[in-house]
Write a protein that binds this ligand. Structure first.
Ligand SMILES: [Zn+2]
Length: 609
């Protein structure tokens, strides 16, 4: 691992903006001086994740995760410190001088990735040219035209065509000095008994991009299904060093902005569905890649929006996939609704027949909330024509509704279900009562956690903690006061080890030209969070020295209050002389607690002069 000096850290941190970096992973909204979003480190439905542009720190009022731009990348993207720094340096166009310049592993890793990306970009070019210009590409061009795709979209998505034959790509690669080993590693070639052959033959090619827009894989749709040698109708790149289908969503690079604008993401089952929606000017859409929605997918989506509209095929397979998708997405705290396209239709058919406005309604206001969708599915299993079937439906539906934690929301659903399925309300409420009584404890606590009000935790912060945090802020920002504030605080006692650590770090280890915010990643996780909390907290306006003195008063008050409580306790059991001494001590403590603030002020001033 390379080692980088603090100078490099300063340099890099001065060149990037935490709001921009975090904003690529979390959808942020400006509120006052700060930006708020859904915390990527814990499941929540109301944003308590705060990014402070001025301080270049983030802090979550829900789970207390906090730090600077480096620690964000380290924790969020699971990067080591050098990796996070390299990542930021790269985007800022800064070359990092290493303390130990020999870092063969890092260099080799970066070079391998760059080579892989080049191979994929090359292949995308080849496929694209074959689609547009090759006489053999006519069938593919006809197919795409028949699907209603414009040339502009085909070019902007860089759709392509894999020629028939077994080794056209391999031959082209040979002519352009692309190593066979590279094609094999990237899954463009397959090792057969008689040697290598092209994986994608006679297929329309959909480049799959990462969030930076780099091609990392391909999806290929077979043109003529008669050729039994050509493989399945849809085929993706295999897992490679660049690509893992459980972690990638087709179209995310294109959809991010639109998702943010629309306030929700449409998830479809395949890249052809996504492309069709784009053709109709609906951009907030991503597709899974021939795999069920995974918790990783949910985690990624949660960075951009709290609301998902599932738009799957109306057949049984599609509808079962929707049910599983709801579980996975709700498991990560996302709200889900399901677009119910009329029986037998996929998004393409629906758009062709009913048009864009109808489709937008289907994925928008007409989409069923996950709870009602679950009950709709139950209604298909139980015909309700016999007392037994009616009872089974009622009991299952009650279980679904019992999972809704908000009473008003649940009540609205109950009314809807009773009306929609013509259930006797009183009897249904009896079933709901049974189901609510049996609600598993873990589910209850989980729901409570999700709806916890982040402001509650903030309001409960004791005054002395607020004071300690403000003092940390002064230590961080006011270099000229560092020494005197630190010494005064030390003399009074820090109350908590955390504050002793942080104050010592700020006063003793941060050089005159260094910004502590840029070095916060050096701290242990608990200290980093506390520093972020301190720097995120509203600072008192006014002169720093005056504010510091007010804080010291608060801290001394707290120390005295604790001391008074301790003496009172001792006094209750004491007798004779001890009692007298304790009583005198108590009186002294109480008198000191009433002493006006002036004393503290002069104490600090006295120290400085
Ligand atoms: Zn959090």
């Amino acid at each position: 691992m390379p080692e980088y000096g603090r100078e490099s850290v300063e340099n890099v941190c001065n060149s990037v903006d935490i709001v921009q970096v975090v904003g690529e992973h979390v959808r942020l909204e400006k509120r006052g001086k700060s930006f708020f979003g859904l915390c990527p480190f814990h499941a929540e439905k109301t944003p308590s994740f705060n990014v402070n542009q001025e301080k270049q720190m983030y802090y979550c009022f829900g789970c207390q995760a906090g730090g600077n731009v480096l620690s964000f990348l380290m924790e969020h993207n699971k990067l080591s410190f050098p990796e996070a720094l390299e990542n930021l340096a790269e985007r800022a166009g800064i070359t990092l001088p290493t303390l130990h310049s020999d870092a063969p592993d890092v260099l080799a890793r970066r070079q391998a990735r760059e080579r892989d990306l080049k191979v994929m970009a090359w292949a995308a070019d080849v496929f694209h040219r074959q689609l547009l210009n090759d006489s053999l590409g006519r069938e593919a061009r006809d197919y795409l035209r028949q699907r209603g795709l414009s040339s502009e979209l085909i070019i902007s998505l860089k759709l392509g065509y894999g020629l028939p034959g077994w080794n056209t790509l391999l031959e082209r690669g040979g002519a352009e000095r692309i190593a066979e080993a590279d094609l094999l590693r990237m899954g463009l070639a397959v090792q057969g008994e008689k040697g290598l052959y092209d994986r994608f033959r006679q297929r329309v090619m959909f480049p799959i991009r990462n969030r930076q827009g780099q091609v990392i894989a391909f999806g290929g749709r077979l043109l003529s299904e008669s050729k039994e040698s050509a493989g399945p109708k849809y085929m993706n790149s295999p897992e490679t060093p660049l690509f893992s289908k459980g972690r990638e969503l087709y179209g995310l690079d294109r959809a991010v902005k639109a998702i943010s604008q629309a306030g929700f993401a449409i998830v479809v089952e395949g890249y052809m569905d996504a492309v069709t929606l784009w053709q109709h000017g609906i951009d907030n859409v991503v597709a899974t890649l021939g795999t069920a929605l995974s918790p990783d997918h949910a985690q990624i989506l949660r960075r951009y929006t709290p609301l998902i509209s599932l738009c799957f095929d109306a057949d049984t397979a599609g509808q079962n996939a929707a049910l599983r998708g709801i579980e996975v997405l709700e498991g990560k705290g996302l709200a889900v609704r399901v677009a119910c396209l009329a029986e037998g239709k996929d998004p393409d058919e629906f758009l062709r027949k009913l048009g864009r406005e109808e489709f937008l309604a289907a994925v928008g206001n007409d989409a069923l909330p996950a709870t009602l969708y679950r009950i709709l599915r139950l209604s298909k299993l139980h015909d309700r024509n016999t007392p037994h079937s009616l009872g089974a439906f009622g009991a299952e539906a009650a279980k679904v509704l019992a999972g809704v934690s908000n009473a008003l929301e649940r009540d609205a659903y109950v009314k809807h279900v009773v009306r929609q399925y013509k259930l006797p309300e009183a009897a249904f409420l009896v079933e709901l009562g049974k189901a609510t009584g049996h609600r598993p404890a873990d589910k209850l606590s989980k729901t409570r956690h999700n709806i916890a009000d982040p402001g509650g935790a903030k309001a409960a912060t004791p005054g002395w903690v607020k004071a300690a945090r403000i003092l940390l802020g002064i230590l961080a920002k006011h270099e000229e006061l560092r020494q005197s504030v630190f010494d005064t605080w030390a003399r009074m006692g820090f109350i908590d080890e955390k504050y002793r650590h942080l104050a010592t770090w700020l006063a003793r280890e941060i050089g005159p030209s260094e910004d502590p915010m840029h070095l916060a990643h050096e701290l242990a996780s608990e200290l980093k969070s506390e520093l972020a909390a301190a720097l995120t907290a509203e600072n008192l306006e006014g002169n720093a020295l005056g504010v510091a003195n007010e804080c010291f008063v608060k801290i001394e008050e707290h120390t005295l209050t604790q001391e008074i409580a301790r003496v009172k306790e001792a006094l209750a059991d004491a007798e004779g002389e001890t009692r007298g001494a304790l009583a005198a001590q108590l009186a002294d403590l109480q008198r000191r607690r009433k002493v006006p603030q002036r004393e503290k002020v002069s104490q600090l001033r006295g120290y400085r002069t």
